[in-house]
Ligand binder design. Structure first.
Ligand SMILES: [Zn+2]
Length: 272
């Protein structure tokens, strides 16, 4: 049966568990897992330099934007308990999503800096989510230098990324679109070039693309940012995006055409 992986980026100190529940609660009720890319020590003055005007990162709540301060995942114990319980029940794979999540954080070639960020980030996630087995790395803004890629592989991580990061390392499987392949060393490389659901696209188009990806691939990675459904940081999910998302969940939960898995579960061959 074809597989589907739900990946959600940017859970951090600032993430209210209720927002994750609103997007993924139906999957969790059905016993299906979600992969959450978690920022260990989010920097509140992170700006997005590829967007006109260099706006603040949309995952940071407006009252905190611009503060020259980092916020540890350990200081949101409500989120810690919520996700640790999900991890213990096999409903969440906790993935390492950079360290502070500053723009292009892992495009550096400073190997000592990369190693320090990986070690500290992993230690924080292990402390916040002791039931989790953190094995997968997802780069902030999906950008990785070749040095970062090599350090991640040496540190034993599976990697979920975009194909544009692979070209400088021809020894890696040169995947594109949607897919996965084993790397030397035993870990798995996952590629997802289209996030499918994004607030910058007509929600009806997001749904069309997601359905086409599921119909055309043995593995589909649906990459969300939970904050996108609330953009720009409203109290409730915005109706068009949320409605389209729920249509996709109707397909997944009603159709039984796809097996939901995690990055690590896929890499291990999905033992039941
Ligand atoms: Zn991110």
């Amino acid at each position: 049966m074809p597989r589907i992986i739900f990946r959600d980026d940017d859970t951090s100190y600032f993430t209210p568990p209720q927002r994750l529940e609103a997007i993924y609660g139906r999957l969790w009720e059905a016993g299906l897992p979600v992969c959450l890319a978690v920022i260990p020590m989010v920097y509140a003055d992170t700006r997005v330099y590829w967007t006109d005007g260099n706006p603040h990162d949309p995952s940071i709540p407006p009252p905190f934007r611009g503060r020259d301060q980092c916020f540890s995942i350990l200081d949101n114990p409500e989120l810690g308990d919520f996700l640790n319980e999900k991890a213990a029940a096999g409903l969440a794979e906790i993935c390492l999503h950079g360290y502070t999540h500053v723009f292009y954080e892992f495009t550096t070639h400073d190997r000592a800096l990369i190693r320090r960020k990986l070690e500290r980030g992993l230690a924080l996630l292990n402390q916040a989510f002791p039931a989790a087995n953190v094995r997968t790395f997802i780069a902030p803004y999906d950008r990785l230098s070749p040095a970062a890629m090599e350090e991640l592989i040496a540190a034993g991580f599976h990697i979920s990324t975009q194909s544009l990061n692979l070209a400088p390392l021809p020894a890696l499987p040169q995947l594109a679109g949607q897919g996965a392949a084993a790397m030397r060393g035993g870990q798995t490389l996952f590629v997802c070039d289209d996030y499918l659901f994004t607030y910058k696209r007509d929600p009806a188009q997001s749904l069309v693309r997601a359905r086409a990806a599921m119909a055309g691939n043995e593995l589909t990675i649906i990459c969300n940012h939970y904050w996108m459904f609330y953009h720009p940081w409203r109290d409730r999910p915005n109706v068009p995006d949320y409605a389209a998302w729920n249509r996709l969940l109707d397909d997944v939960l009603g159709g039984e055409t796809h097996q939901a898995t995690t990055f690590d579960g896929f890499a291990q061959g999905d033992p039941d």
